[in-house]
Design a protein around this ligand. Structure first.
Ligand SMILES: Cc1cc2nc3c(=O)[nH]c(=O)nc-3n(C[C@H](O)[C@H](O)[C@H](O)COP(=O)(O)OP(=O)(O)OC[C@H]3O[C@@H](n4cnc5c(N)ncnc54)[C@H](O)[C@@H]3O)c2cc1C
Length: 296
């Protein structure tokens, strides 16, 4: 099986932390350097197994201005700072991190080959969920300053305020429903109606293409929910509603291939991603022990 994705290659967080070149062969390769992938890597590395982790960027948390609901963080922390701490932890335990996009995976006789060069007995897909971003003037400028991509994460910052949900599908409806219990007023619009998001230091509202103006304190982007399911589709593992289907321990339909975190759906939160990563990590450690015992 061969998988090809895009070829947009590295800028490097990991290389700053690298002291040597990666080996070619590992016990486990993890694709994804977010909470799920990092968490899995900690368990596997602490059991003395070799782990190579690929991360093309900081994932969903790159846009998180403040995280205030994760265990052990007594003060709000930015998503990027949390990821940095997680990766430093993994590196300390011996995980090798490459900030490189994975563009190809192949599998033959229970050995996986990644990007044509690196082999492993098991692979963990922890690539998160790609959230689609409409092309609206001002959107990028106000990301983290009133523009959010996650109601369950940021809704509480807009208690009794006016918010706009941008999107037309089921995802937008569920975001609006969630916000309806928190915010004073929710307006739902299609991105096609919007000319511009405006503000000063923070969002103040939007201008519509018909010339009218709506003031708002926050804007939630909930368009589509295109997920990066290329791996699953091409490898032939089951997906449902844009998520990779696994059993309760993160196993996919292919022996040695696991998935955890946002890419398996459910609650899109750090705690769930970290928990699933731990389960997958521990399962991989147990599987290796089992194979050793059986062959001994
Ligand atoms: C704006 C925002 C704010 C949020 N705030 C909170 C919050 O306050 N609290 C909370 O609990 N949750 C919050 N979340 C949700 C949280 O970020 C996610 O649930 C969590 O990050 C999921 O972890 P993950 O490891 O599954 O995926 P991600 O964190 O998205 O990580 C995916 C990883 O996979 C990598 N990757 C993807 N494709 C490839 C590839 N082809 N090759 C190599 N690497 C690849 C990415 O670079 C990244 O490292 C927020 C999300 C957003 C968008």
């Amino acid at each position: 099986m061969i998988l090809e994705i895009s070829k947009n290659l590295p800028k490097t967080f990991a290389q700053k932390m690298e002291t040597k070149m990666p080996n070619k062969s590992y016990d486990t390769i993890i694709i994804g350097g977010g909470p799920a992938g990092i968490s899995a890597s900690l368990y596997i590395a602490r059991a003395g197994k070799s782990v190579l982790l690929f991360a093309k960027d900081n994932g969903a948390l790159e846009k998180a201005e403040k995280v205030d609901n994760f265990f052990g963080q007594s003060e709000p922390i930015s998503g990027n700072a949390l990821i940095k701490k997680g990766r430093e932890h993994a590196v300390r335990l011996g995980v090798f991190i490459l900030e490189t996009e994975v563009v190809a995976i192949s599998e033959e006789d229970n050995v996986f080959t990644v990007n044509g060069s690196y082999t492993a007995k098991s692979v963990v897909i922890a690539t998160g969920k790609s959230r689609s971003k409409p092309n609206i003037k001002g959107l990028s400028e106000f990301e983290g300053k009133g523009v959010s991509f996650c109601a369950i994460c940021d809704g509480a910052f807009f208690k009794n305020k006016t918010v706009i949900v941008i999107g037309e599908g089921e995802y937008a409806k569920s975001e609006a429903k969630y916000l309806s219990a928190i915010s004073a007023k929710i307006i739902t619009l299609s991105s096609k109606e919007i000319a511009e998001i405006y503000g000063d230091k923070r969002v103040r509202g939007i201008k519509l293409k018909d010339g009218s103006d709506i003031t708002a304190d926050g804007i939630f982007i909930a368009e589509g929910s295109a997920s990066a399911l290329n791996f699953a589709d091409k490898l032939g593992i089951e997906t449902k509603d844009g998520n990779i289907v696994t059993d309760k321990n993160g196993r996919t339909g292919i022996d040695g291939l696991y998935a955890c975190g946002d890419c398996t759906g459910g609650l899109l939160q750090i705690a769930k991603a970290v928990g699933e990563g731990a389960v997958v990590g521990e399962l991989i450690v147990d599987s290796v022990k089992l194979k050793v015992n059986v062959s001994a």
